[in-house]
Write a new protein. Structure first.
Length: 172
């Protein structure tokens, strides 16, 4: 249940936080720039859906290639704005004036990593869609497949590890 009595502190990010936000922005800009650079060379129909094996199993109109970067940019922007209010997050412990700054900083950093992960997914998928559309390849590259699996594993395991660590420190 949401605790309305949580301290509302302004969290200033450190150098790592600024680097994470810059990398997130660069990944999203890359997605748009890469499409923009090759847009005139793309065929009328571009890959729109892939099977688990990385093979294309549906094509859409060329203009639909902008959908993924636009959607994921909107998600990243929303996460960025939400991250300005870490007191809204769910925490596995009671947040007090004494522990708020520590937990808000940690939660904000996790959210920045998640945001970067989403932006990197966007960049990789955009890169692969353009390359496949230009007939440079027939499916996602092996590197991209492993990279996406690594990001998904990171997105799954990191929050779990952080919650377990927080609970373990609290019960000591």
């Amino acid at each position: 249940m949401f605790d309305t009595n949580r301290p509302k502190l302004k969290i200033d990010g450190d150098k790592t936080d600024r680097v994470l936000e810059a990398l997130t922005l660069l990944s999203l800009v890359f997605s748009f720039a890469f499409i923009g650079y090759y847009y005139s060379e793309l065929p009328d129909r571009v890959p729109a859906h892939f099977g688990l094996d990385g093979e294309v199993n549906r094509y859409d109109e060329k203009s639909m290639i902008w959908l993924i970067p636009m959607l994921l940019s909107a998600i990243c922007f929303g996460i960025y704005k939400l991250n300005k209010h870490p007191y809204l997050y769910n925490y596995p412990i009671k947040i007090t004036q004494e522990n708020a700054k520590k937990h808000y900083n940690g939660a904000s950093k996790i959210i920045r990593y998640i945001n970067l992960s989403i932006a990197l997914i966007c960049a990789v998928i955009t890169y692969e869609i353009v390359n496949i559309a230009l007939k440079n390849t027939n499916s996602f590259s092996l590197f991209s497949n492993y990279f996406l699996i690594l990001i998904i594993a990171f997105l799954t395991l990191t929050p779990l590890v952080m919650v377990i660590k927080t609970i373990a420190k609290t019960t000591k």
